[in-house]
Design a protein around this ligand. Structure first.
Ligand code: ADP
Ligand code: ZN
Length: 218
């Protein structure tokens, strides 16, 4: 089967973890706007340079370029065939409306929009200790999930770093952006009647089961 799912929720809620599980188990293509932006930055493209100036401050990249970048990927043959798990997009009501239009034109049906929900202090704690692999993207945590060898990835042995936007001031800014700009996206999907709310403070397997059962795709 090919699933078509949108994950929304504050930074640090575990969207990336759930997207990876959904991708590997359902075969849907994971499309993370944050990962795509970081790849563009790494490759030093024009889009990457533009995005970096916003991302490092914890602000959103402008809607126009973000929408274009994501719709381009949704239109690929691979995504048509495999379906998708969107993680980090849409993050503004403008982006959500652009996506709704695209899906309507292409006659693509969503399985649902999943809102992952936790208390604020939980996400701050998770983000504040987060370290990631510079090569394969594996995520560790200085308290909850330490690598076997300090500073190096268990999977590929590359160097682990704290993301520029995981510094404390930037974390606060990202949470503010979420409250002001992304919460309305959740209300938007609730009003369309396709929202599934999932408490995301448990272990990732439990959260995964609630998602697939809630969407009726297990
Ligand atoms: P997190 O969900 O942990 O905040 P992401 O990797 O999803 O991290 O996003 C990192 C940054 O990339 C965001 O803070 C923002 O600057 C930018 N970004 C990601 N997705 C979008 C989007 N849909 N619209 C605008 N900016 C985005
Ligand atoms: Zn790695």
């Amino acid at each position: 089967m090919s699933a078509r799912i949108i994950l929304v929720g504050p930074p640090g809620v575990g969207k990336g973890t759930q997207a990876a599980l959904l991708e590997s188990r359902l075969g849907a293509k994971g499309l993370s706007s944050g990962v795509i932006f970081r790849t563009e930055i790494e490759a030093e493209t024009d889009l990457g340079q533009l995005a970096k100036s916003y991302i490092d401050r914890g602000e959103l990249v402008p809607n126009g370029v973000t929408i274009q970048m994501m719709l381009k990927r949704l239109r690929t043959e691979e995504v048509r065939r495999r379906g998708f798990v969107l993680d980090g997009f849409p993050r503004t009501v403008r982006q959500a409306e652009a996506l709704t239009d695209e899906l309507k034109v292409e006659e693509i049906h969503l399985d649902g929009v999943v809102s992952l929900e936790v208390a604020d202090d939980v996400v701050v704690g998770r983000l504040a200790g987060r370290i990631g692999c510079t090569k394969c993207g594996e995520i560790y945590h200085s308290v909850n999930k330490r690598p076997k060898r300090e500073g190096f990835c268990d999977v590929c042995n590359s160097v682990l770093v704290v993301r520029e936007d995981d510094k404390p001031e930037t974390i606060r800014q990202r949470l503010t952006v979420f409250r002001d700009t992304t919460r309305p996206v959740i209300d938007y999907y609730e009003s369309l009647g396709c929202l599934l709310k999932v408490p995301a403070d448990g272990d990732s397997e439990g959260v995964y089961r609630m998602i697939v059962e809630g969407l009726g795709i297990d």
